[in-house]
Design a protein around this ligand. Structure first.
Ligand code: TXE
Length: 479
């Protein structure tokens, strides 16, 4: 199935008539083409957004809210269609897309449709000076949203929903590897009555289409999720134009397990936090540190559970691990398994490609557990972003805290313990934007989401996102 750009409420071919193949990771076959959009297409999208901006920014909050909630309802009504499309594009199990990706995309629209009606600004009376100050929160204008392939619709809408709720018009680009659900979203936006030009979706490569969005002098804010190297490049391009930037980048998140935790809960959640979505979530706990006293038991129990995970075709109901997103990505992940062997680590299970009957050319990999000797080896320091985790023991709280923080990333951390004082000490000191204690990836859309160090700058979620997509203006009136 070929897809088109969504510009000014219409579906358009790329102006150059140039196309890119779209692969189905479950069988390695090309199943459609997507626009290879150029600077001209981005310009056309920008113009549509600009002409829609003044009236959209003046639309009442009730009206914006109503449209966003309508989009959410239509996504829910089309759950199966979207989940199947997401799975075919990305390789993730359909069951996961049905349970997590699409419902969360719908929640994004519902949440920001409601949040905008509660987004109040402050006023300050300058006592003794006969003056009052108040703050206006004004939309920026035309903003750019660029999203990755791992949670395609979920992360795409995580940016678009707050941007349009706040009164901006958007030029958005989903990942060229997983463009399908973003394409389908255009139809839904029309059906929900979103005015033409408020959302424009341009498909294409990062280095051309994405770059054109970042370079555009009048797209004044960029919200980006993707790799750290791309984030650094975007920051460099955007800096001379003083664009507002929100960058959500990679992670190498520690999962720290103390002997006093609720063992069964920890074990089941750790399997999930290691391998959900084939380990391709920036929040996955890819470095597991286990207190020495329970290390050997954990190792046996964990490996046994991991060996029982079924790698299979994404549409099969009992599949736990689907296909990796692309051939290129599969090769990258496999190269880290080789690096681990060269570094003298032990592969406790997995490590091999899997051939799924009938889908021999799909990109399947066994879930892999690597026991590392030291925390500073490459597999323990670099983002692998696949079904691969490292494990190693630790002796003391200080010892594990040091190892947990000794990476360039700082997105999330998970802590398993029932000791309250330790929880407080560790969560204060872990260098991460998000700390989960005795749980993983429990999301409340009101909370700030983002990382420290090379995991990015800025926060998404809740009012943080609405603040990012607005400019604060102070008005001071003397009376
Ligand atoms: O991401 P890219 P890639 C990590 C993960 C992965 C690595 C690279 O480790 O292996 O990043 O993945 C667009 N100007 N994460 O190469 O290239 C691109 O088209 C503007 C972590 O797939 O960063 C896509 O839409 N845009 C992660 C988006 O950026 C550009 C999720 C992300 O692609 C661009 C994905 C440019 N010059 C990968 N170059 C997370 N944090 O969740 C590319 N893009």
């Amino acid at each position: 199935m070929n897809i088109k750009n969504y510009i000014n409420g219409q579906f358009e071919n790329p102006s150059s008539n140039s196309w890119i193949d779209n692969y189905n990771p479950s069988n390695g076959e090309v199943y459609g083409q997507i626009p290879n959009s150029s600077k001209e297409d981005v310009e056309q999208a920008y113009k549509a957004a600009k002409s829609a901006f003044p009236s959209w920014s003046q639309t009442t909050l009730e009206e914006r809210s109503r449209i966003l909630i309508k989009i959410s309802e239509l996504l829910e009504a089309n759950l199966d269609r979207f989940a199947e499309a997401e799975s075919k594009d990305n390789g993730k199990p359909v069951s996961l897309a049905k349970m997590v990706d699409i419902p969360r995309a719908a929640s994004n629209f519902r949440f920001f449709g409601n949040a905008i009606t509660q987004f109040a600004s402050e006023s300050h009376e300058s006592v003794g000076q006969n003056a009052v100050n108040y703050t206006l929160r004004q939309p920026i204008g035309v903003v750019g949203c660029i999203s990755p392939w791992n949670l395609p619709l979920y992360l795409f809408t995580w940016k678009i929903a707050p941007a349009i709720a706040a009164g901006n018009c958007v030029v958005a680009k989903p990942s060229e590897v997983t463009p399908m659900t973003a394409y389908l979203l255009g139809e839904i936006c029309n059906e929900a009555g979103l005015p033409k030009g408020v959302l424009n979706i341009v498909h294409g490569l990062g280095t051309t289409t994405g770059q054109a969005i970042v370079e555009h002098p009048n797209i004044k804010a960029i919200s980006f999720t993707g790799g750290t190297a791309t984030g650094a490049h975007i920051a460099k391009v955007a800096a001379p134009m003083f664009k507002k930037l929100s960058l959500e980048l990679g992670g190498k998140n520690p999962n720290i397990i103390f002997a006093d935790c609720d063992y069964d809960d920890m074990l089941n959640t750790t399997v999930r936090s290691s391998f959900a979505n084939q380990g391709q979530i920036c929040l996955c706990g890819s470095r597991i540190f286990v207190e020495k006293t329970i290390y050997e038991k954990f190792k046996v129990d964990f490996v046994e559970k991991v060996k029982n995970l079924k790698v299979g075709h994404p549409s099969e109901k009992d599949t736990n691990i689907g296909a990796l997103v692309s051939k290129l990505h599969l090769e990258k992940v496999k190269s880290y398994i080789e690096i681990a062997k060269e570094e003298g680590a032990t592969i406790l299970c997995g490590g091999e490609e899997v051939t799924v009957d009938g889908f021999e050319n799909g990109y399947y990999l066994q879930p892999t557990v690597i026991e590392v000797k030291t925390d500073d080896c490459r597999v323990n320091q670099e983002e692998i972003f696949g079904p691969v985790v490292t494990i190693m023991p630790f002796k003391t709280e200080d010892n594990v805290l040091e190892m947990a923080n000794k990476v360039k990333y700082g997105l999330s951390a998970t802590l398993w313990t029932n000791n309250l004082k330790r929880t407080m000490r560790m969560s204060n000191q872990l260098q991460a934007g998000i700390v989960w204690v005795n749980t993983w990836m429990m999301r409340d859309l009101r909370t700030p989401f983002g990382g420290v160090k090379e995991s990015g700058v800025g926060r998404e979620g809740g009012f943080e996102a609405l603040r990012f997509f607005t400019e604060a203006k102070n008005v001071c009136i003397k009376y």
